[in-house]
Ligand binder design. Structure first.
Ligand SMILES: [Zn+2]
Length: 460
């Protein structure tokens, strides 16, 4: 006599063409069902694994522009958009508020997923009345699922931390690093060596963690023992800069490579796993109003989606969630040129304006890092030069600070921003695979936690 759970899993594998025998419970895919019906049944099945992908600080325009960039430079849609065209995906709009108000930060947003409650901005999984509910990572581990956290921010940054730890402030990243060890997170990959002291690293090693510090070590890694990989003092460099610097490219893995390494490690887990994958620097690029950095980090996140979908093709008992925690910066590509513009149709200059981003040679962060300590004027000139564009002397005369530089870039690229802050807009949320039927077309961020538990049959 097999447990209902085993039966459900076997039926699911049979549906997916991977063997297994009898058919049973109504909530599992039925053999011979019409494709649409089968897709609906697939959504209702139980998931063994969960892969939760977060493009931090991604408003809808960020998703749109990455797709437009991909279509223009690679003649194909982003992987995320192709997923919508090719597979039975459940889509939602998600409301991202926190207990503080309409605009959340990443700590409260990840905590909403971590404990299923809204808390104050800046805090990790402690409620306004002082309770410390058990986190999603702990619940998964109690069900003998292994847990992995992967990010391009520091490994101890608010988003990965919000799934796993209980800390009074997101700023206490050293405390987060220590709590990951105490709670036994199986795979931790990202930046942020500065939050792991030598004695803490020694403590990690003592209980059996392998420690990788560069891309080669990570890619050579085999087996499923606990793994800590830290590839930068603070954040992983922006993808645009990483790809153009041979030294960085050799030393620092991409988000997709970290995701693959985590999946290799977690996949053999008999009871499954929970993996968080964060494109953490999409948010940083948006805070800095740097469209070039944002689009390329969004596409690096997109590549991680590709890695995950290749995995789920081989492991269809995996629920995939792809979303963001909030918008940041309010990026938009605005129409360029009006109806009277030399007789051309309205907005006829938009594509050319957007295309000007292809001339840019570095992110603002990389340019400013190169000129650290130099006079402001030299920094501004370097920023202007990094656009690869030719400006009129009268325009250049007006560039006296970051704000006026941004205004010049906006004029030429059509891309503008509403602020350097997080925003309150509804965000894209999608789920694919078994358990995805849990998610309605509209949901709140604090509803996701319970639905992930239900999708996996893990106790709340
Ligand atoms: Zn942010």
């Amino acid at each position: 006599m097999s447990s209902p759970r085993e039966t459900s899993r076997r039926d699911f594998l049979k549906f997916a063409g991977l063997g297994g025998v009898a058919l049973g419970a109504a909530a599992v895919p039925a053999l011979g069902a019409a494709p649409r019906e089968a897709a609906v049944n697939l959504r209702a099945a139980q998931a063994k694994n969960v892969i939760f992908l977060v493009a931090d600080g991604m408003n809808l325009a960020a998703l749109s522009l990455a797709d437009a960039w991909s279509r223009r430079t690679r003649s194909m849609s982003s992987r995320w958009m192709r997923l919508y065209q090719e597979r039975p995906v459940v889509r939602s709009l998600c409301e991202t508020h926190s207990a503080t108000g309409l605009v959340t930060d990443s700590a409260a947003a990840a905590s909403a997923w971590g404990i299923g409650e809204r808390i104050a901005n800046g805090v990790l999984n402690i409620t306004p009345d002082g309770r410390k509910p058990v986190t999603l990572a702990q619940k998964m581990m109690a069900a003998r699922k292994r847990v992995g956290l992967v990010t391009t921010a520091t490994a101890t940054h608010a988003t990965p931390a919000g799934f796993a730890v209980t800390v009074t402030s997101r700023k206490l990243q050293s405390e987060v690093a220590a709590q990951y060890l105490e709670r036994g997170i199986d795979v931790i990959l990202g930046g942020g060596t500065e939050y792991f002291t030598p004695s803490l690293l020694e403590a990690y090693r003592k209980v059996g963690y392998a420690y990788a510090t560069d891309r080669t070590q990570l890619l050579a890694r085999r087996g499923s023992g606990r793994l800590l990989g830290l590839f930068s003092k603070r954040y992983i460099p922006y993808e645009f800069d990483r790809q153009r610097d041979p030294v960085l490219r050799a030393a620092v893995p991409s988000l997709a490579e970290m995701t693959q390494a985590a999946l290799n490690n977690l996949a053999p887990s008999p009871e499954g796993f929970f993996l968080l994958v964060e494109g953490g620097r999409v948010d940083h690029a948006a805070h800095g109003n740097d469209a070039l950095a944002l689009i390329h980090d969004q596409l690096a996140f997109d590549e991680a989606i590709e890695t995950v979908l290749a995995f789920t093709d081989r492991h269809p008992d995996t629920l995939v969630i792809i979303t963001t925690d909030h918008g940041t910066g309010g990026i938009q590509l605005n129409g360029v040129g009006d109806e009277d513009f030399e007789g051309a149709p309205a907005y006829a200059g938009t594509n050319d304006a957007f295309r000007r981003l292809e001339n840019f040679t570095a992110t603002q962060e990389a340019t400013l890092a190169r000129l650290k300590g130099q006079p402001k004027q030299a920094q501004l000139e370097a920023l202007v030069a990094s656009t690869g564009l030719t400006f009129k002397p009268a325009e250049l005369a007006k560039v006296t600070d970051g704000k006026t530089f941004q205004a010049l870039v906006a004029k030429y690229t059509g891309i503008s921003w509403t602020s350097n802050n997080h925003t309150a807009d509804l965000v894209e949320f999608c789920a694919y695979g078994p358990g995805s039927a849990q998610f309605p077309p509209f949901l709140r961020n604090d509803e996701v936690h319970a639905k992930v538990l239900r999708a996996t049959g893990v106790a709340g």
